[in-house]
Design a protein around this ligand. Structure first.
Ligand SMILES: [Zn+2]
Length: 429
């Protein structure tokens, strides 16, 4: 199949505008050559599928009346001018990269909805006191280079030093990959936007959790994006034969088991938005069944709606695990390797979004905490942010089975239209 042909059945949908076309375009981009893989979707930052997709999306942005180009951080940015040139912009965005064996809608649906929104205003010849921008962040997932959210961190001026030194599994650095694209790595950080150029940000995104599916609701307003930490715990005891006395053992595996149950209990005893997950488990016993483990490592993923909650729970966890380790004569190393501060969505934008959603769906929208990280948490450093969640089937995401309903996506698009119209009134005083 050439890249001019749509997968079976999508042709018709691609020819109509609106929510159905947003879905059809996500499906269209869900396969080779818009994926690096011939079967299934894998669209890592700066790969072949990424280049093909970005080129196609830039065309769609231009057809919708926008000036569109890559920004210096290899994000794709479309701009629909306001009533006066150079007006500050309201940005609608999400990410265009994907994980391996991805679904079609994580990230991409938000970008496609932004394009449909601008397209509908463009067709009506409507302009606003502010410009509209549609942003497709290049790297959110970090599925090629061992990093994450480079695009939105660049936009917000939050790039860590030497961020472009990270190397993919083939040994190529981000800087080298950018050079292959004729993009000057030294300019990457100049994607930073001055806060005065942005009046706000809206990220439409699938929920990636089953709340809306279970409640049989189409949309939700996100109240905050959870603060996340990832810890690695290394326990060193004494490896021994399984025949050794129970009295003298320093069993790292039993210590880990006790710790995991304690972590679960602490999380269960906290507020609803607090979650803790143990994973990435290794032990030095290998497949042997007759060895007392000498060393065990495991990870803890900790999330809460507010940074303060997360940090105080992290302190409690550390204290609890230390006490278990001491009692069992186990040496413990407790390392934080990942820390995202999370972000609170702007109450004014969130309320405007909720009113717009209620107008469209006829019922109040629930407010949810996003336990997954999103680009908006970085954009929050330079602009007030808001997010609308769209139901995904059974909450399944990062999986080829990811699915959305056409009716929900149409409601999301109409909610976004009313939201921008309300913002217009709001900005006129
Ligand atoms: Zn996403």
């Amino acid at each position: 199949m050439t890249d001019h042909q749509a997968p079976d059945g999508i042709d018709l949908l691609l020819s109509t505008s609106g929510g159905a076309r947003a879905i059809a375009r996500c499906d269209f981009l869900g396969r080779w050559p818009y994926s690096d893989h011939k079967t299934g979707l894998f669209r890592p930052f700066l790969g072949q599928g990424f280049e093909a997709s970005a080129t196609r999306i830039l065309e769609w942005m231009r057809e919708a009346g926008m000036d569109a180009a890559f920004d210096p951080a290899c994000n794709i940015l479309g701009r629909y001018e306001g009533l006066t040139p150079h007006a500050p912009a309201f940005m609608i965005g999400s990410h265009i990269d994907s994980v391996r064996d991805a679904g079609h809608y994580d990230g991409m649906l938000g970008v496609m909805l932004g394009i449909e929104l601008v397209d509908s205003f463009h067709k009506e010849g409507r302009r606003f006191p502010f410009a509209l921008e549609v942003m497709g962040f290049g790297d959110e997932e970090g599925s090629r280079f061992p990093t994450y959210m480079l695009g939105s961190r660049a936009l917000a001026g939050l790039l860590p030093p030497r961020a472009l030194d990270a190397r993919d599994p083939d040994g190529m650095s981000i800087a080298e990959a950018l050079a292959e694209w004729d993009i000057e790595p030294n300019h990457f950080a100049s994607a930073r936007r001055a806060p005065k150029t942005l009046i706000g940000y809206l990220e439409p995104h699938i929920e990636q959790a089953p709340y809306l599916y279970e409640q049989d609701l189409p949309l939700a307003v996100v109240s905050s994006i959870a603060a996340q930490s990832r810890f690695y715990v290394t326990l060193t005891g004494q490896a021994a034969h399984a025949g050794s006395s129970m009295k003298t053992r320093r069993d790292a595996l039993s210590a880990a088991a006790e710790m995991m149950l304690a972590i679960e209990k602490i999380a269960q005893g906290g507020p609803d938005d607090l979650v803790a997950t143990c994973g990435a488990f290794t032990t030095d016993t290998g497949p042997a069944t007759n060895i007392v483990a000498g060393e065990v490592t495991f990870s803890i993923d900790l999330r809460a709606a507010h940074r303060e909650t997360r940090d105080s729970v992290a302190a409690t966890l550390l204290e609890t695990l230390q006490a278990i380790a001491e009692r069992r004569h186990i040496t413990m190393k407790f390392e934080e390797r990942h820390n995202l501060p999370g972000a609170t969505c702007d109450p004014t934008l969130s309320n405007i979004l909720a009113e717009s959603g209620q107008d469209v769906t006829g019922a109040p929208l629930p407010f949810l905490v996003s336990q997954a990280g999103h680009d908006g948490m970085n954009v929050a450093a330079i602009a007030p942010i808001s997010m609308v969640f769209i139901r995904c089937e059974k909450g399944i995401s990062h999986n080829p089975a990811e699915a959305v309903r056409a009716g929900d996506v149409a409601l999301a698009l109409e909610t976004m239209r009313r939201f921008i119209e309300r913002l217009e009134l709001f900005n006129n005083g």
